[in-house]
Design a protein around this ligand. Structure first.
Ligand SMILES: [Zn+2]
Length: 316
């Protein structure tokens, strides 16, 4: 669904839902839909994809969740061939550095991004971008990056070390690719593929020539890289929200980020959880289980339901 249509519909839904105002007919006519059911069902799908119910269910004073993505330069150097090369360290002409980053706070409309200037590219000087990323990660309680555990987190730490920054204050890293590999069998675990699998939203495609032009400090290419990186971040946010109920131990428990004594969904922090009557069994105890009515996560109480006497009789 187009951004402007989605925003308009959402505004109407927020203002007029449950007020007995027949706004769907008007919206269908305004945006050229054949009837109200068509626009309503398209809106519902789009809202689900964007995690709107999770947005509504989010709790105030919750953790700051940063979604981010880095683009880095290739190394340049001398090599003798293309196949099975073992390139000596001395053959590196220029080591990798950042080209751009994009980031957003979960559910915020604003996408933050920075890209190297032509001069910075030619000098390989990523100090400015490193400093901005340090500030963002220092502010974050949770940082989400796709393939972040093997790539983005390590790369940005390397930049911090290079420019003599101390580590940012603690945050928990969440990497949706770990969940993609553990819980699903996608034909490809690339973000591009999964995004299309979920909702048909294609990432902007790039080929190596864009990187090559960026390396030369081409301003148009750098602007295009920024755009590519910014588009990626909304895709990543949608994947993160879609994966939430499947994340289990690959996501921090949201309950520990709040100061009060309310039980929340460990994944999305919604307080709308409902005990199902079913129980979760471990080898030595049984725990009442619940479902989150907003993200669909199944969790369990920490207190077992078996009596002390019963537990004494359990052998293994
Ligand atoms: Zn939830």
């Amino acid at each position: 669904m187009r951004e402007d249509i989605y925003r308009d519909v959402q505004e109407n839904v927020e203002k007029l839902s449950g007020k007995n105002v027949p706004f769907w007919d008007k919206l269908a006519e305004k945006w050229g839909f054949s009837n109200k059911e068509t626009i309503r069902s398209q809106y519902r799908n789009e809202a689900k994809r964007r995690g709107y119910s999770l947005y509504k269910a989010r709790q105030k004073n919750g953790p700051k969740i940063l979604i981010f993505d880095l683009e880095t330069s290739p190394l340049s150097g001398y090599f003798w061939g293309l196949w099975q090369q073992n390139i000596p360290i001395g053959a590196i002409l220029k080591d990798w550095h950042l080209i751009s980053y994009s980031a957003k706070w979960l559910f915020d409309e604003e996408v933050m991004s920075e890209v190297m200037t032509s001069r910075e590219m030619l000098n390989g000087n990523d100090f400015r971008l490193t400093k901005s990323m340090w500030k963002l990660l220092d502010e974050a309680d949770i940082a989400v990056a796709y393939n972040g555990l093997s790539f983005d987190m390590k790369r940005i730490n390397t930049c911090f070390l290079k420019h003599d920054f101390s580590p940012p204050s603690p945050y928990v890293s969440v990497d949706p690719i770990v969940v993609a590999k553990k819980k699903f069998d996608f034909s490809s675990n690339k973000m591009d593929y999964i995004s299309e699998f979920l909702d048909g939203d294609r990432k902007l495609h790039t080929d190596f020539s864009l990187w090559a032009r960026c390396m030369e400090g081409d301003e148009e290419a750098l602007a295009q890289m920024d755009l590519y990186c910014r588009k990626d971040i909304s895709v990543l946010e949608a994947i993160y929200l879609n994966f939430l109920p499947w994340m289990d131990n690959n996501h921090p428990n949201m309950n520990v980020f709040y100061d009060d004594n309310v039980s929340r969904c460990p994944m999305c922090s919604s307080i709308n959880i409902e005990y199902t009557g079913k129980s979760y069994k471990t080898t030595t105890n049984s725990y009442p289980s619940f479902v989150c009515k907003d993200c669909g996560y199944h969790g369990r109480s920490r207190v077992g339901s078996l009596s002390r006497e019963k537990r004494k009789t359990i052998v293994r």
